[in-house]
Design a protein around this ligand. Sequence first.
Ligand code: DX5
Ligand code: ZN
Length: 223
Amino acid sequence: MVNDKMIKDKILAPSVLSADFGHLADDLEMINRSEADWLHVDVMDGTFVPNISFGFPLMKAFRANCSKPLDVHLMIVHPEKYVERFCDAGAWSVGFHLEAVDDPLPILDLIKAKGVRTCLTINPDIDVHRLIPYLDKVDMVLLMSVFAGFGGQQFIPETMDKIRTIRCEIDRRGLQTLIEIDGGVNTRNARALYEAGADALVAGSAVFGAPDPEEAIRQMKND
Ligand code: DX5
Ligand code: ZN
């Protein structure tokens, strides 16, 4: 299991889904200058979720222009067909949805064989206990705090208890598995999420829609 010490206590991963793709280089420069830890990359296939985002050509642009690790979140059916290509495209971690597959273990092995960190994700309607058998088999679990598919949705408050449930289990077993939260994160709820036991927060609209995105990142990490 890979767990670098470059991982800090409070990880903030802006979601490039909310960037201005007409001025992508400027937005990525802002991320590079900022205190952001990772760049979260939301890949949507129009089948697992009712929206289509981007694929390999943009991964290449992110890799070439972003100095932060790429945290890839696959919202796709058949992730087994694509995880290796995302690893080869420069992903620092690759995550896919537990509810999108029959057996996540062989897919996790494909990612691990590339030396890339693994993440298992669930939507808000999936029982959080379904992640428990995999906690010692992944580097990170991602709990969706909105339904995957779109940026700019409202945070689902029930996520707080799910974070505590998983935090408790990780600590009880002495694991290093990270907990990431994705959806509706902003400067008002970030602190409570870290306090409940989240290690990493994804924020799209709260970063790129802010009057001062760098300051929004700073606030979410430090306030
Ligand atoms: C939703 C994506 C999220 C999204 C977050 O399907 O997985 O990463 O970009 O956007 P906000 O922070 O605006 O809810
Ligand atoms: Zn995401």
